[in-house]
Design a protein around this ligand. Sequence first.
Ligand code: E4P
Length: 217
Amino acid sequence: MKFFIDTANLAQIQEANDLGILDGVTTNPTLMAKEGIRGTEAIMAHYKTICEIVDGPVSAEVLGTTFAEIVEEGKKLAAIHENIVVKVPMIKDGIKAIKWFTDNGIKTNCTLVFSAGQAILAAKAGATFVSPFIGRIDDGNWDGVQLIEQIVNIYNSQGFMTEVLAASIRTPLHIVRCAEAGADVCTCPLSSILGLLKHPLTDLGLEQFLKDAKAMQ
Ligand code: E4P
């Protein structure tokens, strides 16, 4: 399973990249706005900087909602860097645009996916990635990981090449359960990635080893 970081914060992207386990980045308008990025030029420059830090797919989301707007914006985003993946919302014009990008060699990430039916449409249009939002599904008292399992099974049995990118990850356990469910990619906040490191027996064991190591000196 590939690890993407789900943020537009450059320090966090750098920290995750320095771990040596980072395969890519996802952003969305909320994450970009949180970093205080305003205006087309600043948005484009920020994506370029992210691409210079991480050698892997970087999802940049379109802001338009009509076919013409999405295609126009997506072409500009894709021109920033070869690793840019155009992130497109799961709407009718979004699906049409994903098909257009597929036919024109531009990679896409179909976002805001909450059902298997939506994931089938994204795959039919040729999306590179599909992003089911598992945390938001859990928030509504459903099981987001079950949706990952369902989409993975459908894609495997139908031979769809679209990669299942588990998004809206909230906890380290989400990452483990997505790996079990067969997700191709997990996009996570830095806190969830670092949370995977933690176990009290590791801390206790290391404390003892360091104490014993001192006794040997
Ligand atoms: C990533 O592609 C999504 O935009 C993101 O994971 C959404 O996460 P949230 O539900 O925590 O906002």
